[in-house]
Design a protein around this ligand. Structure first.
Ligand SMILES: Nc1ncnc2c1ncn2[C@@H]1O[C@H](COP(=O)(O)OP(=O)(O)OP(=O)(O)O)[C@@H](O)[C@H]1O
Ligand SMILES: [Mg+2]
Length: 347
C-alpha cells in the first residue's frame, strides 16, 4: 500500500487540497485480458483520483480501456495488478460476497443498452423497487423512495408503464432511478446516451446532473458525445489504457461562458503523454529536447537546426499584445495569475 500512500501524497501536493475527500483512487491499475493465447493490455498502469461530489466525464478512442475501467469500478471485473479503492473498499482483494454487497450498496451502474438496465415485464416503479426489495427495504420505504426518484428525475409519468411503453430517454432516466435506488455513493454510466439522438441525450445527461446536484451522488460518465463532455467541469481522456489529459472548465452549467484549460496528466515518475495533435504539428517523435526555466519546462522537437526561441509557446509579439496591461516580461493568465513570458525569464 506504499504506492497508494504515495499517490495520496502526490495528489494532495498537486491539488493543494485535502485528499481525504477522494472517493475513487486508482494507482497503477493494470488489466490484461488473455484471449486465444493473445494478451491484450486494456489498462496499462492507470492513475486516477476522483473527489466526492464530482461529476466527471471520461473520453477516449474505441479500445482505449474506458469500459474496462468502469467494469472494475463497478465490481464486475477485477484488476490484474495495481490498487483500486472506492469509498474505502479495496476492490482488488474483495471476496465474492463482499463484491456482491459492494455492488448492491456502494455503486449504481447504467449500461449503454437501455434493454440491459431494465426488466421488460416490470413497470418503471417495479423496476426501481426491485433492488430495494433485494436489500430488504420495507414496503413503505420501497414505495416512497421509488416515487421520490421518479419525481426527481422527471419520469413520474412512466411509473406504471413497462419499458416498451417508454421512449429511449425515459428508459434511461428510469435506469438512473434504478441505479440510485440503493443510495449508492458512486453512479457509473458507460455511454448512457450512446443509443440516443442529441436532444434525448441532453435530457438523460441532465438527469445525471440532477442526481449529482440534488442527491449528492458522485457521477462518472463515459461518453463519445462532445456536447455531453462539454457540459461537465472535468473531462479525463484515456489513451492506451492510461489517463493522458484532463480538461478543467470554470463554467460547469453548460452556458458556454467561461473557459477551459487542458492539462497533461503527470504521474509520480514524471511521465506525461503529449497529445498527438500537438506533437504531430511540430514533427515531434522518438525524442524531444527539454530546457528547464525558472517557471516552466520548454519542450522542442529534436531538430538541432531550429533554435529554441523560434518555437517557444509565445513569440515576442504575441507576448506583447497579450501582455499590454501587465508588467513587462509577463503575461496575464486566464486564471488571473501572472507568468513570465517564456524566453523573457532569463533576461
Ligand atoms: N473480455 C475481453 N477479452 C479480451 N479482450 C478484451 C475484453 N474486453 C475488452 N478487451 C480489449 O481491451 C481493450 C479495451 O477495451 P474496452 O472495452 O475497455 O475499450 P473502450 O474504451 O470501452 O472502447 P469503446 O469506446 O469501443 O467502448 C480493447 O482492445 C478490447 O478489445
Ligand atoms: Mg466501451
Amino acid at each position: 500500500m506504499a504506492g497508494l500512500e504515495a499517490l495520496r501524497a502526490d495528489t494532495a501536493r498537486s491539488t493543494g487540497g485535502d485528499y481525504s475527500d477522494a472517493l475513487i483512487i486508482c494507482d497503477r491499475l493494470v488489466r490484461i485480458y488473455s484471449a486465444e493465447g493473445i494478451e491484450v493490455q486494456a489498462l496499462q498502469g492507470l492513475d486516477l483520483a476522483i473527489s466526492r461530489g464530482e461529476l466527471t466525464a471520461i473520453v477516449g478512442a474505441s479500445g482505449s480501456g474506458k469500459s474496462t475501467l468502469m467494469n472494475i469500478l463497478a465490481g464486475l471485473d477485477a484488476p490484474t495488478a495495481g490498487v483500486v479503492r472506492v469509498a474505502g473498499h479495496d476492490l482488488g482483494s474483495m471476496s465474492a460476497r463482499q463484491r456482491l454487497l459492494y455492488r448492491r450498496s456502494v455503486v449504481g451502474f447504467i449500461w449503454q443498452q437501455t434493454s440491459r438496465n431494465l426488466l421488460p415485464y416490470l413497470t418503471g416503479l417495479q423496476n426501481v423497487q426491485l433492488p430495494l426489495r433485494l436489500a430488504g427495504a420495507s414496503r413503505s420505504v420501497r414505495r416512497s423512495r421509488s416515487h421520490e426518484l421518479l419525481e426527481v428525475l422527471g419520469v413520474a409519468h412512466c411509473g406504471r408503464r413497462r419499458p416498451d411503453q417508454m421512449s429511449g430517454g425515459e428508459q434511461q432516466r428510469i435506469s438512473i432511478s434504478v441505479a440510485l435506488a440503493g443510495s449508492p455513493s458512486l453512479l457509473l454510466a458507460d455511454e448512457p446516451t450512446g443509443e440516443l439522438d442529441s436532444e434525448t441525450a441532453a435530457s438523460v445527461f441532465g438527469a445525471l446532473q440532477t442526481a449529482n446536484s440534488e442527491l449528492g451522488v458522485t457521477v462518472l460518465v463515459v461518453t463519445h458525445d462532445a456536447e455531453v463532455s462539454g457540459m461537465v467541469r472535468r473531462v479525463i481522456a484515456i489513451r492506451d489504457g492510461r489517463t493522458s489529459t484532463e480538461t478543467l472548465r470554470t463554467d460547469s452549467d453548460g452556458s458556454g461562458q467561461g473557459h477551459s484549460v487542458e492539462y497533461a496528466v503527470l504521474d509520480r515518475f514524471g511521465r506525461l503523454q503529449l497529445p498527438h495533435d500537438m506533437t504531430d504539428t511540430l514533427g515531434m517523435r522518438d525524442r524531444v529536447r527539454l530546457e528547464a526555466k525558472p517557471d516552466h519546462i520548454g519542450v522542442w522537437p529534436d531538430h538541432s537546426a531550429i533554435p529554441p526561441a523560434s518555437s517557444t509557446p509565445l513569440s515576442g509579439s504575441d507576448a506583447e499584445s497579450t501582455a499590454s496591461d501587465t508588467q513587462p516580461g509577463q503575461i496575464e493568465e486566464a486564471n488571473g495569475s501572472s507568468t513570465p513570458v517564456p524566453g523573457e525569464a532569463d533576461r
